[in-house]
Design a protein around this ligand. Structure first.
Ligand code: CMC
Length: 440
């Protein structure tokens, strides 16, 4: 049987053969289907890309029905147990696990770039004391492009290499500075003798001690959380990264756009929303009442549901285990009981079963972050730090893919056409655009 799809256009009675490759048809092949020579041809309509592959990618594999997540073919469970964030970032960016020498060199290159230009501090100081740290992060990542004008040479592999190191290294520094500004605390410079995650904790929490020594359990927990958040194939922010960078803008501007996409409550901002929701519920006893509300469309059960996973998000399972280790050290977050009850009731409920809504990565991550002492506004920032390696990998893959071009979707135009300009004095009460829209 040939790998083709036969399409009969009932308007004309003509049949077309369209090749099927990797389970997909090329949308451009539909354009040959016309009713007359001057017909534009058929387009596919897919708002929110629910059934459109926008690229070929070898970075992250997800089987949403079976709850499988792999980076470069390596199961997330093994990486979370045995790898470090920095090693996983190497894997995601370069497609292979590093040898010891490669890892040492990578670690050196990242560590070398952890400092940010002193002027960045001035940017941060310009924000109001209560500015959301994610807003500060988005702004300062974008500002980095002004410090590294060489970054615009996106077709130069050597330049991409340097920007890769800078981005992965500097985002934690910007994040920690945003946190310290938000708390009214002095900035702490990177300590390059510490590990990637240890240094991040030092920049957050170092006070007057001459050397901050991260607790190994916390350092490990941060490594695990960072590994779990490092990439997730073509999600909203990865798509923003690719889309913006497809115009060949520099990677700092594109990463700022990706971080902005992550900020939204349906994406990386969901972990923050989960905690607001749990605080609003306030007591285990009130869970059924809230579940009822979510079912009636009054708000959403944040941290539940996923476009791709129609099964338990594998990251949520690992996070639940990490939570126990953290709680043993810092004490149990009382929100956990409400979350567990919420999960129990939702997973038994027809509404959630039918729609295959399970806890996602954001459901338990915020509970750990809060137990670690982070204010809720920092949660999306903590997501953005590790996701930077994913964004960078997506960018590098996109820019070297000969099939990619500037991202530019089509539309179905629904507005009016050729309407003559009306002088101000002749205008009555402004009619809505739709009301005057008359097809020509
Ligand atoms: N609570 C209640 N109902 C829900 C939820 C939820 N969290 N999620 C989806 N539904 C319902 C939705 O109302 C719809 O019902 P119906 O068919 O009756 O209209 C059905 O399930 C399908 O939902 P959808 O909005 O078409 O699904 P989607 O694939 O477009 O959205 C989602 C995926 C993640 C945006 C959505 O599940 C959601 O809003 N979840 C809450 C926010 C959240 O936790 N986001 C984090 C996602 S994971 C990490 C990340 O991406 O950063």
């Amino acid at each position: 049987m040939p790998d083709t799809l036969s399409i009969t256009d009932n308007r004309t009675g003509k049949t077309y053969e369209v090749p099927i490759t990797d389970g997909t048809i090329h949308a451009i092949d539909l354009r040959q289907i016309k009713t007359s020579p001057d017909d534009f041809g058929i387009m596919s309509y897919d708002p929110a890309f629910t059934n459109t592959a926008s690229c070929r990618s070898a970075i992250t594999y997800i089987d949403g029905d079976r709850g499988i997540l792999e980076y470069r073919g390596y199961p997330i469970e093994q990486l979370a147990e045995r790898s470090t964030y920095l090693e996983t970032a190497y894997l995601i960016v370069y497609g292979k696990l590093p040898t010891q020498r490669e890892l040492d060199e990578w670690t050196h290159n990242i560590t070398y770039h952890t400092f940010v230009h002193e002027n960045i501090k001035k940017f941060l100081e310009g924000f109001r004391y209560d500015a959301h740290p994610m807003g500060m992060l988005v702004g300062t990542i974008g500002a980095l492009s002004t410090f590294y004008p060489d970054a615009r040479h996106v077709l130069d592999a050597e330049s991409r290499e340097v920007q890769t190191h800078r981005l992965i290294a500097k985002v934690p520094t910007l994040a920690a500075f945003a946190y310290r500004h938000n708390r009214g605390m002095p900035f702490v410079y990177p300590d390059n003798e510490l590990s990637f995650c240890g240094n991040f904790l030092s920049m957050l929490w170092k006070m007057s001690e001459s050397k901050y020594r991260p607790d190994p359990v916390l350092e490990r927990a941060v490594n695990v959380l960072f590994i779990l958040h490092a990439d997730h194939e073509q999600n909203c922010s990865a798509n923003a990264m690719r889309s913006v960078a497809s115009s060949r803008s520099d990677p700092y501007s594109a990463t700022a756009a990706a971080a902005a996409a992550l900020y939204g409550p349906l994406h990386g901002g969901a972990n923050e929303e989960v905690l607001h929701m749990l605080a609003e519920i306030g007591d285990k006893k009130r869970v059924p009442e809230f579940v009822k509300k979510f079912k009636s469309g009054e708000g959403r059960l944040m941290g539940f549901g996923h476009r791709v996973y129609k099964n338990y998000d594998p990251r949520a399972k690992i996070i639940k285990r990490t939570a126990d280790e953290v709680f043993d050290l810092v004490g149990r977050n009382p929100m956990l009981d409400i979350a567990l009850e919420l999960e129990r009731i939702a997973l038994e409920d027809e509404y959630f079963i039918e729609r295959k809504l399970y806890p996602n990565v954001d459901f338990y991550s915020g509970i750990i972050y809060q137990a670690l002492g982070f204010p809720v506004e920092m949660f999306p920032v903590l997501f953005a730090i590790p996701r930077t390696s994913g964004w960078v990998a997506q960018w590098r893959e996109m820019i070297t893919d000969p099939e990619q071009k500037i991202a530019r979707p089509r539309q179905i135009y629904t507005g009016g056409r050729g309407i003559d300009y009306v002088p101000m004095e002749q205008r009555k009460t402004a009619p809505a655009a739709e009301a005057v829209a008359a097809p020509r």
